[in-house]
Structure formats: structure tokens, C-alpha cells
Design a protein around this ligand. Structure first.
Ligand SMILES: *Cc1c(COP(=O)(O)O)cnc(C)c1O
Length: 349
């Protein structure tokens, strides 16, 4: 079979930065063990490779959303444990029972289903105020967990990225008062931002996702979390735009003077959304080359007048520091990562 031709767009994924970020978050977790959220294909980076790199530095607890994710990741786990956050539906039971992966039980129905089928080790989620997944805090009783072998009891913070939000402490108090009832071996509450709320939130196991992959929304992470994902795209063509001419759909950009532009092979179908129109930039060395005109489905144009050496076939990095790109576009750092599409070659460097 012929192999696929190389793509004109690539994500450079920095394994050393990923490992550094996990190790820093593990340090910040204090005496708690540090795990890793690798749902959504490790936020778009590629879950098997991420797990391999994190296994190398000692991560042993992983979290995905669905059983399909669990099944494809299972062969890469080694000794590590995997939890499926979205619980077990009836149609998941066959997979769940043979895979040797823990469901995170979110409701009394799921607890009954798992216990009734003689399922083994499991995790439990308690909803402490987010009103998303998990057992209602008011409905927790000891007998609910009888006969269950619970490894991790967890809850999820709604506002961890805002350290001054009063809901953080409310959720921690509720969790603190209920977690013991489950008879679980380990307690877990903190995502990336939750780790930085302080040791009160770390319990036994932390569950960072975003900050592993270079994101961070709280000042405490600044200067410690390294960028992991660097999109690159190839110049397909350069062209001279004359003063007064427009570029792209809707003719939203008009050249103020004659200048060169480069047409790059990346667009909104790759997750480089139209929010980058007039907002994004490619990088030549460190120098920004601004996006001009609307982002197309598969292409963008950048102003290359200050980089006259660029020509067809050259590669440019796309500016994608997550906090900066989020501030510029109004997209969340999570959206910026998980939207990156399948047309990128993913290259671990
Ligand atoms: C996604 C997720 C995490 C990781 O959150 P980040 O904000 O990316 O660190 C942790 N716990 C649960 C339950 C999640 O769904």
C-alpha cells in the first residue's frame, strides 16, 4: 500500500515540554499523586504518544471520557490505570467488563448496573456544585456503596480558574464531608487550575489536562508551563498585492500599499478558526507576520513584506501560545487545542 503523501501542515509536539509540565504539576500536587486527563485524544495531541511520554516520567493514572477512547488507549497503558469519566451505559457493559479499565460511576443506576454485573474496581464521581456528571451530594448514603470496590472518589471544580470564586471552597467542603462515605482508597478533586488553588485541593490524586499541554489560566502557572503544541504550515504561493487591492473572502482586507503575502496551507477546517482573521500571525524566527483577510477553510494569507527571503515551499510556525491566542480570539484554550484537525502531521520533537 502506498503511504500517505506528507502533509503541508504539521503540529510540532514538544515531548520534553510535555514531560516538564507534568513534572511541575506533580510537584505542585505536593504529596498527592499526579495523573493526566487524556480525553479527546489528549486534547488533540494524540493520546497514545502522550501516554507513552507521561509513562516515562512516572504517570500512572489516566482519564478519558468514553469507552471507545478507553479501548483504543488500553494497549498503550502498560502498568497504568485508566478511568472512563462518563460512566457505564448498558451498551458499554460488555466492553467495560472485559477491558480492565475503571468506570467512573456517576449515578445510583450506574452503581447498581456495575455491582449487579459483578464489576470489579471502579471510581465514583460526586457532584458538589457543578451540576454536570456525578452523584447528587444530597443522595449520598453509606449503603449506596456497599459491595463496591472503589479506587478513586472524585469531584470536579466548576470555577478553579478563578481562585477568588466562592464556589471553590463550597465544593471542597462538600467533597471533604462526603468523600469518606464511599470507602474509596483515594480522593481526587483538582484539575490543572485546581492544583494551583493550594494543597487543600490536592487530596490523593490530581487530574491535570490543559496545563500538561501548555495551557494555563492562572498567574501561578506563568513561567512554569511550557508550550507543547506548535502548528506549522507550508507556503503554497507568494504573491504581490497592489495598494488598494483586497485579499480573501468578503474582501475584508485592503492592502494599504503594495506588499507581498504568503498563502499558507492551514484554515478553519484544521481548527484555525475565523476568530484569527486579522488577529493571528505566522512567525518568521520570532517575528510576527500578521494574518491578512479572512481565514478560509484550508488557507490563510499572511503579510510577508518584512521577510523578503520567504518563498513557495518554506514552512512557517503559526503563533499559538495558548493564553495569548485565547486572549486574541476569545476562544478558550481548550477549544484551541481540541479543534486542531486530523490533516496536521503530528511530529514529536
Ligand atoms: C477534563 C477533566 C479534567 C482535566 O481538566 P483541565 O482543566 O484540562 O486540567 C479533570 N477532571 C475531569 C473530571 C475532567 O472532565
Amino acid at each position: 500500500m502506498m503511504s500517505l503523501p506528507s502533509a503541508p501542515l504539521a503540529l510540532h509536539l514538544d515531548a520534553a515540554a510535555l514531560r516538564h509540565n507534568w513534572q511541575w504539576l506533580a510537584e505542585q500536587s505536593g504529596s498527592a499523586t499526579c495523573g493526566a486527563a487524556v480525553k479527546a485524544d489528549a486534547y488533540g495531541l494524540g493520546a497514545p504518544e502522550v501516554v507513552q511520554h507521561l509513562n516515562d516520567v512516572g504517570c500512572r493514572d489516566y482519564f478519558v471520557a468514553t469507552w471507545a477512547e478507553a479501548q483504543s488507549l488500553k494497549p498503550h497503558l502498560g502498568e497504568a490505570q485508566l478511568s472512563v469519566l462518563h460512566g457505564v451505559r448498558e451498551e458499554d457493559m460488555a466492553t467495560a467488563l472485559h477491558l480492565g479499565v475503571k468506570p467512573v460511576l456517576n449515578s445510583a443506576e450506574q452503581i447498581q448496573r456495575w455491582r449487579g454485573a459483578g464489576g470489579g474496581l471502579c471510581d465514583v464521581m460526586i457532584d458538589t456544585g457543578m451540576n454536570r456528571l456525578g452523584l447528587d451530594a444530597n443522595a449520598i448514603t453509606t449503603d449506596l456503596f456497599e459491595g463496591l470496590e472503589v479506587d478513586v472518589v472524585m469531584s470536579h471544580l466548576a470555577c478553579a480558574d478563578d481562585p477568588s470564586h466562592s464556589l471553590n471552597m463550597v465544593q471542597r467542603m462538600i467533597f471533604g464531608s462526603l468523600a469518606g462515605v464511599t470507602g474509596a482508597r483515594r480522593k481526587s478533586m483538582a484539575n490543572s487550575a485546581g492544583i494551583l488553588l493550594g494543597s487543600d485541593y490536592a487530596y490523593d490524586l490530581t487530574r491535570p489536562g490543559l496545563s500538561l499541554y501548555g495551557g494555563g489560566q492562572v498567574p501561578a502557572a506563568e513561567g512554569h508551563i511550557r508550550q507543547v503544541v506548535r502548528p506549522h504550515a507550508q507556503i503554497l504561493q507568494t504573491r504581490l498585492v497592489r495598494g488598494g487591492e483586497s485579499v480573501g473572502y468578503g474582501a475584508t482586507y485592503t492592502a494599504p500599499r503594495q506588499h507581498w503575502i504568503g498563502i499558507l496551507n492551514v484554515g478553519y477546517a484544521d481548527g484555525y478558526l475565523r476568530a484569527f482573521t486579522e488577529n493571528g500571525a505566522a512567525l518568521d524566527g520570532g517575528a510576527p507576520l500578521p494574518v491578512v483577510g479572512r481565514v478560509s477553510m484550508d488557507l490563510i494569507a499572511v503579510n510577508i513584506e518584512d521577510s523578503p527571503w520567504l518563498s513557495e515551499g518554506d514552512w512557517l510556525e503559526i503563533a499559538y501560545d495558548l493564553p495569548t491566542a485565547a486572549a486574541a480570539t476569545g476562544l478558550s484554550q481548550y477549544e484551541l487545542l481540541t479543534g486542531l484537525g486530523q490533516r496536521f502531521d503530528r511530529k514529536w520533537v
